[in-house]
Design a protein around this ligand. Structure first.
Ligand code: UDP
Ligand code: MN
Length: 350
């Protein structure tokens, strides 16, 4: 039967009980467990380069998760037959919460989002009183009532009853619902800048923030202090310069290839000092929303080439942070095939 026919009840108690029986998973003082969940459609991409891009986008997430000890789940099954497209993630997130009572947070990351700072860690402490974290701005949500006031492509959601209830409420605006068409019209009326007539999840969440704020508002954190995710168009152009800035610091401190523990604090303080001099920080996540790498049906305001080049740059920029400890670098962010060796600077050599 369909998930939504049987809403989950008393999940907090059930999860607590599960944790009592599986005490090896109890967290106490250790950091809360995170499961990163991502995925793509069941079928082959119609764009001939789409599956190649999906592979590289997935590799990027695997790299970030490996470095940070985060578990990852990739789903490409449609768990609810009517919840296609971006709506597909909600049945998956719900199923992941039930399948993994040991994790405190599910971190949904769209397939078209790229981790571009492999060192950055989520400031989880900041979210300890919240159940949902999205990138967004309260003035854009509440004052401008814009459908891009927040972005639903990357979110952290706490494994709890509140989240189950929110997803049920949210999914009522999706294609699984008999009121799907009605919701499209309602959203178009509320959000003057909304591009298309079909109900979408992002507008749906903003709608809940606006119309049912007393029910959900205080548990939803709008993050805008760093790029929890950021819109690719204005970001990819700066990646070459950011690379230059970091490379200079790495050369100066001598962490070009190996990350010597004794040099890392020097490296970080040098980076912080340079931030204060106006050197740009690496963005954490770049989201290629609108590019549609799998279908190729990108937003017509930019070219497919702009999307493709942007993705190459972001993926190679990220891969350089991974490859360097293996002794290699992509010297040209647009040329994915080319790598150069880095000098081996193991401290006993010198
Ligand atoms: N997705 C999925 N299964 C599907 C279709 C989409 O898991 O059948 C996921 C995929 O990760 C994709 C996300 O839903 O990145 C949202 O869609 P998309 O990124 O195309 O939307 P945009 O960010 O461009 O608005
Ligand atoms: Mn996306």
């Amino acid at each position: 039967s369909i998930q939504n026919d049987n809403p989950i009840k008393n999940w907090d108690e059930k999860r607590q009980q599960w944790l009592r029986y599986h005490y090896q998973y109890q967290t106490h003082n250790s950091k809360p467990r995170i499961l990163l969940v991502t995925g793509s459609r069941p079928a082959v991409c119609s764009n001939p380069v789409g599956d190649h891009l999906l592979l590289r986008l997935f590799k990027n997430k695997v790299d970030y998760c490996r470095i940070h000890g985060i578990e990852i789940f990739y789903n490409n099954a449609l768990l609810h037959p009517k919840m296609f497209g971006f709506w597909a993630k909600y049945p998956v997130v719900k199923a992941a919460m039930l399948a993994h009572p040991e994790v405190e947070w599910i971190w949904w990351v769209d397939s078209d989002a790229v981790f571009t700072d492999m060192e950055f860690k989520l400031p989880l402490q900041r979210y300890s009183k919240h159940n949902l974290v999205v990138h967004g701005w309260s003035h854009a949500v509440y004052k401008e009532q814009s459908w891009t006031g927040l972005n639903a492509g990357v979110f952290l959601i706490r494994n709890c009853q509140w989240s189950m209830d929110l997803i049920d409420e949210w999914a009522k605006m999706g294609p699984q619902s008999l009121e799907y068409e009605k919701w499209g019209k309602t959203q178009k009326l509320v959000f003057k800048d909304k591009l298309y007539p079909e109900s979408d999840d992002q507008s749906g969440l903003i709608y809940l923030l606006l119309k049912e704020n007393e029910k959900w508002g205080d548990k939803i954190y709008l993050e805008s202090e760093y790029n929890f995710e950021g819109y690719w168009l204005g970001m990819v152009g700066g990646l070459d310069n950011i690379t230059k800035g970091y490379t200079e610091i790495e050369k100066k401190v001598g962490v070009l290839r190996r990350r010597h523990a004794e040099k890392m604090s020097e490296y970080y303080s040098e980076i912080r000092e340079n931030y204060s001099k106006g050197v740009e920080k690496r963005p954490f996540v770049i989201h290629f929303t609108g590019c549609e790498p799998c279908t190729g049906d990108h937003n017509p305001v930019y070219t497919w080439e702009a999307c493709w080049n942007g993705m190459q740059k972001a993926l190679n920029f990220a891969d350089n942070q991974v490859l360097r400890s293996f002794g290699f670098v992509h010297p040209d962010l647009l040329n994915s095939s080319l790598v150069s060796p880095l000098p081996f600077d193991f401290p006993l050599d010198g």
